[in-house]
Write a protein that binds this ligand. Structure first.
Ligand SMILES: [Zn+2]
Length: 431
C-alpha cells in the first residue's frame, strides 16, 4: 500500500535535524508523519511494515551529477534504466547533466526529460540546463526559459568553459534566478590532449598527461570571477590537492562556492590505469595518493560539500578501444554508497558527515525541498544494511553502462529499500 509505511527499529541518521538514534519512522500520504522511539500500535494499523533492525534509515540519497544520456544516446542509458540504477543504489533523486543530443539548452528538452522521468516513476530527476547554446561555449543558452521549465542549475559539464567573459556573464545572469553554475574545471590549453594524470605513471605508460595545473588554473579563474559577480559557483569532481586549497581559501573569504568529489577520485589513484585500463579513464583523471588524501580531508572538514557519482555510462565498444581513443567516464550510481561507506571507515570520517554530503548538502546547493526526515518532510527514504557484503559485478548492474573501474571489488553496505514519495521503488531481492 502506497504512502502508508512503518519502518521499524532502524538507526535514523538525519544530518539536517542532527538526529542519529534508533527510531521508528511512520510515513503517511507521501510525507514523514512521525519519527519516534516507539510509535503506538494505533497509528501503524494498516501500514506496510519494513523491518529496519540493524539497518540505517536515511533521507533519500541525492546524486547531483549524473549523465542519463536521454535524449540522443539511448544506446548508453535511458532515463528509465538510469533511474532504475539510481534507486537500486539508494538514490531517490538525481540531477542530470545537459550533454544529451539535442543538448538540454532549451525548455523543450528540459520538459522532455521531466516527462520521461515521470513515465519511469522511479527516482526524481532534476534537469541541469546548459550554460551555453549547444555546449559550444560561445553564447548563453536560454537559461530564463529553462528556469521556468524547472532546471535546478546550469552546467556545460564535460566541456570546460574556456571563454572567461562568457563564464562571467553566466555567473551574473544566473544570480537573477538563484541558480548555481556547475563547472568542470579544466583549462583545455593546459590539458591539451592529455588522457591521464601527468606524472610518473603517464611517463611509464607513454601516455600524454593532464597536469593538476589544468584544473587549478581554471578553478582560480572562476573563483576570481565569482568574487566580482554575486552568482553561485559549484565545482564538480574536484580531483587535486591544489584545487582543494583554492576552494578552502575561497570559503574562508566567504565566497558562495560549493564543491563535490566523486567516489573514484576519493578511492583510486592513477595507478588504477595499470596496463591501459580504459575503465580508469575519465576527466579530470585519477590523481595521486596525495590528492586522494586531500579530497578526503576536504570532505571531513566541509571544504567539499557533496559526494556525486558523475555516473557516465558508455557502450562497451566505446571503452574496448586503445586508451587514447576510449571515451571518458565511469558508471557510479550502483557503487557510490558502498564506496562512500568504505572511505568513511578508512578516513575515520563520521558517518553523519558522509550522509550529509549525499542528502541535505546537495539538496541545499540545488535548492531542493528534500534531504531530511523531519516530520512533515517528503517521504524519500533509503534503508541501508551497512553490513551486507557484496562484490561489484558490472554484468548485474541495472544501468546499461558496464564501465566501472571497481569490477570484482568486495564492498560492504547496500540499499535494501528505497522509497520515493512514500512509494517503495526498490527492494533488494532478499530484503
Ligand atoms: Zn565533468
Amino acid at each position: 500500500m502506497s504512502g502508508h509505511l512503518f519502518i521499524r527499529g532502524g538507526t535514523v541518521i538525519d544530518p539536517a535535524s542532527g538526529m542519529q538514534a534508533r527510531r521508528d519512522v511512520l510515513v503517511r500520504d507521501e510525507r514523514v508523519a512521525a519519527v519516534s522511539e516507539a510509535i503506538g500500535d494505533e497509528s501503524v494499523r494498516g501500514a506496510t511494515v519494513i523491518d529496519a533492525e540493524n539497518c540505517l534509515v536515511l533521507p533519500g540519497l541525492i546524486d547531483m551529477h549524473v549523465h542519463l544520456r536521454e535524449p540522443g544516446y539511448e544506446y548508453k542509458e535511458t532515463i528509465e534504466t538510469g533511474t532504475r540504477a539510481a534507486v537500486a543504489g539508494g538514490f531517490t533523486t538525481v540531477a542530470c547533466m545537459a550533454n544529451t543530443n539535442p543538448v538540454n539548452d532549451s525548455a523543450a528538452v528540459t520538459e522532455y526529460i521531466h516527462e520521461r522521468a515521470q513515465a519511469a516513476r522511479l527516482a526524481r530527476v532534476y534537469p541541469i540546463g546548459a550554460v551555453s547554446k549547444d555546449l559550444k561555449g560561445q553564447e548563453l543558452a536560454e537559461i530564463g526559459e529553462m528556469h521556468r521549465a524547472g532546471i535546478v542549475a546550469v552546467s556545460d559539464d564535460g566541456m570546460p568553459i574556456m571563454n572567461g567573459d562568457l563564464m562571467r556573464h553566466a555567473l551574473e545572469y544566473t544570480a537573477m534566478f538563484g541558480l548555481p553554475v556547475i563547472v568542470h574545471e579544466e583549462d583545455r590549453s593546459i590539458a591539451a590532449d592529455g588522457v591521464m594524470n601527468e606524472g610518473a605513471q603517464s611517463l611509464r605508460l607513454g601516455l600524454k598527461g593532464v597536469p593538476a595545473a589544468a584544473e587549478e588554473a581554471m578553478t582560480a579563474r572562476d573563483l576570481a570571477l565569482l568574487a566580482r559577480t554575486g552568482g553561485r559557483l559549484h565545482i564538480a569532481h574536484v580531483s587535486t590537492a591544489g584545487a582543494v586549497e583554492l576552494i578552502r581559501a575561497a570559503k574562508g573569504r566567504r565566497l558562495p562556492v560549493t564543491a563535490e568529489v566523486t567516489p573514484h577520485h576519493f578511492t583510486l589513484t592513477e595507478a588504477a590505469v595499470g596496463a591501459y585500463n580504459t575503465h580508469a579513464k575519465m576527466h579530470p583523471p585519477l590523481r595521486t595518493a596525495h590528492d586522494v588524501e586531500a579530497v578526503r580531508r576536504a570532505l571531513a572538514d566541509g571544504t567539499i560539500d557533496a559526494i556525486a557519482s558523475d555516473h557516465a555510462p558508455h557502450h562497451r565498444d566505446e571503452k574496448e578501444v586503445e586508451f587514447d581513443r576510449a571515451l571518458n567516464g565511469v558508471v557510479g550510481l550502483e557503487t557510490t554508497l558502498a564506496l562512500a561507506l568504505r572511505m568513511a571507515g578508512e578516513a575515520k570520517i563520521p558517518l553523519d558527515a558522509i550522509i550529509a554530503a549525499m542528502t541535505v548538502n546537495p539538496a541545499r546547493i540545488l535548492g531542493l525541498p528534500l534531504g531530511t526526515l523531519a516530520p512533515g518532510a517528503t517521504a524519500d527514504i533509503t534503508v541501508v544494511d551497512p553490513r551486507r557484503r557484496w562484490t561489484v559485478q558490472a554484468s548485474r548492474f541495472r544501468s546499461k553502462g558496464r564501465n566501472t573501474p571497481f569490477e570484482g571489488m568486495e564492498l560492504q553496505g547496500q540499499a535494501i529499500v528505497t522509497i520515493v514519495g512514500g512509494r517503495v521503488v526498490w527492494r533488494a531481492e532478499d530484503a
